[in-house]
Design a protein around this ligand. Structure first.
Ligand code: NAD
Length: 517
């Protein structure tokens, strides 16, 4: 299979040339569909990481001195450039990760939506907030937002463009520089996006790209950062969170999930079946918010299962660089083996395969069939662990309370989906699930695409959130600038303290009554 025409050797040389790596080591990037080598990706070492931080810090001083409007003008040009070049990003992303083209294109839209949201919202979110000070009339206190400095941004391979560029956007708009470490499997598309930022007018050096494995350069990234934005597995999140704590810097950790979907008795299956298909198999199930547990009442189980399986069997899986396939490859042979191991473990312990369950070597080395299981027992690995592939399981419940308890019976809390015709009742069920995202009559996109609201994980699914006001403010320190117009706070040496106590008590009572403080 030949790579898309846009992926030329000149483009690959330009993109690999953006990596800060002086040592000459490299890692082979392979085409996910075939396993063929695409290019050698330079590998950074801790000294390269320090070089990258130094350069980003220098550029950040310039960038932060620009008025917000000038920074936003760069992002407006970036938005326009990406609108025109989204399909080149999709070409690169497909070659690296094997995802279906529809998914790759939609991923570029996430970056566009985040960018346009913050172009509009940032002036209001970042503006100074003036408050009355400690003493009414004679004092003020103003909250001023200051960029953190240089953010260490670490992203995974499954949604590489969005978890890099969408998370970089508010950090940059707030005035920060970035040292960005994408996964080795998914750096080229990210570098292309960073190139567009520079084309749009970013000061030279503001976003630095370093590459390497976590053990090689992970520590250096966190050690030198003023804030860390991490997306990836819960296991790595724990390591990064501990290191950030040790360095007394803030971090956002967007981690894994084991997301439930509850089908209520009044759910409309004409909507719920395609919605569940999308929520389960998008990106070949390699999505942190995708559904791995489906709860259906005993009353509707047979009907749901029949229609769901028909729809799963109609999913078109293929390796092409056009929009025909619904689903592409898994990212790597190692990921396919992990998914396969979860299924084989479940089958060995008594699970029933309703459809799928096998690799598809005829399509490529990392393809796996859309798979639905049932008869899951707690001793099976996939009963609790995130599988992160095109595999879901159907469970029964008899009462809504039982469904909620089962949905909550997980260490994770990233996303939950509830389907029902009575939307108020469905929402009430959704609110009982301990998850940072709850989607009613949708699988996941409705909450994630609502950029005005925050999106994050509860429990082992993460710390902090992205999107919304909090998704921008986290990249700033807040400075409290307080002004006293007349010095009234100090007491003269001859103060009569019994009278002073009386005056203070009366003053505090009055201020509470008047609602001043
Ligand atoms: P991972 O944790 O193995 O790797 C993620 C990134 O961290 C990669 O760039 C990797 O090189 C780097 N890394 C690994 N060890 C490191 C270390 N010690 N220090 C610093 N960096 C290190 O995760 P993965 O398997 O690549 O990604 C899939 C996981 O990401 C899944 O669990 C998925 O649910 C999660 N995810 C979560 C979200 C979310 O928004 N909550 C989004 C996408 C993916």
């Amino acid at each position: 299979m030949s790579l898309p025409a846009s992926v030329t050797s000149e483009l690959l040389a330009k993109l690999t040339g953006m990596v800060v790596a002086a040592g000459g080591r490299s890692h082979p990037v392979t085409e996910a569909y075939t396993g063929d080598k695409v290019v050698d990706l330079p590998q950074s070492d801790p000294a390269d990481v320090r070089t990258a931080y130094a350069a980003a810090r220098e550029a950040q001083a310039v960038w932060a001195s620009w008025p917000l409007k000038r920074r936003l003008d760069v992002m407006k040009r970036f938005h326009e450039l990406l609108l025109g070049k989204g399909l080149i990003v999709a070409d690169l992303m497909q070659a690296e990760t094997g995802k279906a083209r529809r998914m790759a294109f939609e991923e570029t839209c996430d970056v566009l939506m985040v960018t346009s949201h913050y172009i509009k919202a940032a002036p209001g979110i970042l503006k100074d907030k003036k408050h009355g000070g400690v003493v009414p009339l004679v004092s003020t206190s103003t909250e001023v937002r200051i960029p953190k400095g240089v953010v260490g941004l670490i992203s995974p391979w499954n949604f590489p463009f969005a978890t890099s560029l969408s998370d970089a956007m508010p950090a940059l708009i707030a005035g920060n520089g970035i040292v960005l470490k994408p996964d080795n499997k998914s750096t080229l598309n990210v570098a292309f996006g960073v190139g567009l930022l520079y084309e749009a007018g970013l000061p030279a050096g503001l976003v630095q790209i370093v590459c390497g494995t976590g053990p090689d350069i992970g520590s250096a990234i966190v050690e030198n950062a003023d804030y860390v934005m991490f997306t990836g597995s819960t296991a790595t999140g724990r390591v990064i969170g501990a290191q950030a704590g040790q360095n007394l810097i803030g971090c956002t950790l967007e981690l894994g999930g084991k997301n439930p979907l509850i089908l209520l008795d009044d759910a409309n299956l004409d909507d719920a079946i395609p919605g569940t298909i999308m929520a389960t198999f998008l990106n070949a199930g390699q999505a942190c918010m995708h559904i791995e547990r489906i709860y259906v009442s005993d009353r509707r189980r047979e009907e749901f299962t029949k229609r769901f399986l028909e729809a799963v069997q109609a999913i078109r899986v293929d390796a092409t660089y056009d929009f025909t396939p619904d689903m592409g490859s898994l990212v790597s042979v190692a990921q396919r083996e992990r998914v396969q191991a979860h299924v084989e473990d479940a089958v060995a312990k008594g699970a029933t395969v309703l459809t799928g369950g096998k690799a598809r070597p005829d399509l490529g080395p990392a393809f796996f069939e859309p798979t639905v299981l049932t008869d899951i027992t707690p001793d099976m690995i996939l009963a609790r662990a995130e599988t992160f592939g095109p595999v879901t399981s159907i469970y029964s419940y008899s009462t809504v309370d039982e469904a909620v308890a089962l949905a909550n019976d997980t260490e994770y809390g990233l996303n939950a989906s509830v389907w029902g015709s009575d939307r108020t009742a469905a929402e009430a069920v959704g609110r009982r699930i301990r998850a940072g995202n709850v989607n009613i009559n949708d699988g996941l996109a409705t909450s994630y695409a609502s950029k005005k609201s925050t999106s994050g994980g509860f429990k082992a699914s993460g710390v902090g959130s992205r999107h919304g006001d909090a998704g921008l403010l986290k990249y700033t320190d807040v400075q409290n600038v307080a002004v006293l117009k007349k010095q009234v706070l100090s007491n003269p040496p001859d103060t009569d303290w019994s009278k002073q106590v009386d005056r203070t008590v009366k003053g505090l009572r009055l201020m509470r009554k008047l609602g001043i403080r």
